[in-house]
Design a protein around this ligand. Structure first.
Ligand code: SF4
Length: 62
C-alpha cells in the first residue's frame, strides 16, 4: 500500500504526524513530507488511522 498527500488540501496541522511520526513529518516551514510512501505491513494500521482522522481528507492510501 502507498500513502500520498494532496498538498492543495493539507493544512499542516500535524495530526498524521502525531499518529505515525515515522511515516509523516512536518519540516520547519510546516510542509508535510511522507517519509515512507510504501507503507510497511506493520505500520498499516496507524496509517489507516491517520488517513481516517485527517480533517482535510488530504491523505490517500492505495
Ligand atoms: S492530518 Fe491531514 S491536514 Fe493534517 S498534516 Fe496530515 S495530511 Fe495535512
Amino acid at each position: 500500500m502507498k500513502v500520498s498527500v494532496d498538498f492543495d488540501q493539507c493544512e499542516a496541522n500535524g495530526i498524521c504526524v502525531g499518529i505515525a511520526p515515522d511515516v509523516f513529518e512536518l519540516d520547519d516551514e510546516d510542509q508535510l513530507h511522507i517519509r515512507t510512501a510504501d507503507v510497511p505491513e506493520d505500520r498499516l494500521s496507524d496509517v489507516e488511522t491517520a488517513v481516517a482522522q485527517c480533517p482535510k481528507a488530504a491523505l490517500r492510501l492505495q
